[in-house]
Design a protein around this ligand. Structure first.
Ligand SMILES: Cc1cc2nc3c(=O)[nH]c(=O)nc-3n(C[C@H](O)[C@H](O)[C@H](O)COP(=O)(O)O)c2cc1C
Length: 206
């Protein structure tokens, strides 16, 4: 039985800023997979899963004159948007990154969001769940290096969700409903990998 010392928050970071996009559908699928799982029901007190949407928490391309690794308090930042982002990220104990793959790599918006801060990320557990026409394993592998760079504890399991065929990929590109919450939904098998990663993430919560 898992246990956490206090009611901690896990940030579920939506790493697509496209319009339209499927990232919110995929995060809903992942959050419901977690909330309906044995590991979640056996964990007390339950961590709160809260969405952080990089399409809404918009940051300009990195324009902070300071080097974040040298900043020990948010008052050390110059730009107001960096201070807001720092205060937001400080609230969370761990993160789940919902990460698409673009051109065999991670989306620029995800790297930009990481680069703005350093100490706010350091030491916190991270689970990367990628998706794409081929599952996005390249994106996840490359992004794990970025998270290692800010000294996050990236869990070993990185579930990669592959769209089952061209028809679904074309729907995803248009941001159409993939039917992940209905009958005939795919990725039933993939739920196991997601929960394996979640188990590792919960295990790192102090
Ligand atoms: C610019 C761009 C590049 C893409 N490159 C890849 C790729 O390298 N591999 C892959 O599997 N899918 C690729 N795709 C397909 C995406 O995985 C798919 O469009 C998915 O819907 C993107 O997530 P989003 O809708 O949440 O932004 C790419 C999509 C875009 C828009």
């Amino acid at each position: 039985m898992g246990s956490t010392t206090e009611n901690q928050m896990i940030g579920v970071i939506l790493c697509s800023s496209r319009e339209p996009r499927v990232c919110p559908q995929i995060s809903d699928f992942i959050i419901s997979t977690i909330k309906e799982s044995e590991i979640y029901s056996a964990t007390s007190p339950k961590p709160t899963l809260r969405i952080i949407d990089l399409a809404k928490d918009t940051l300009p391309l990195y324009n902070e004159p300071t080097i974040p690794s040298q900043v020990k308090h948010h008052s050390g930042y110059i730009q107001p948007h960096t201070i807001t982002w720092s205060l937001e990220i400080q609230k969370y104990s761990a993160f789940i990154f919902i990460l698409p793959q673009y051109n065999r790599g991670y989306p620029a918006v995800a790297k930009n969001a990481i680069d703005y801060l350093f100490n706010e990320w350091t030491g916190k557990p991270a689970l990367i769940i990628s998706y794409g026409g081929h599952g996005g394993a390249n994106s996840a592998r490359q992004f794990s290096e970025v998270l290692n760079g800010v000294k996050m504890k990236v869990v070993g399991t990185m579930p990669a969700l592959t769209f089952p065929g061209r028809e679904v990929l074309l729907k995803a590109l248009k941001g159409e409903d993939l039917g992940l919450d209905g009958k005939g939904a795919f990725w039933e098998e993939e739920r196991k990998g997601i929960l394996k990663g979640v188990g590792e993430l919960f295990g790192l919560l102090s």
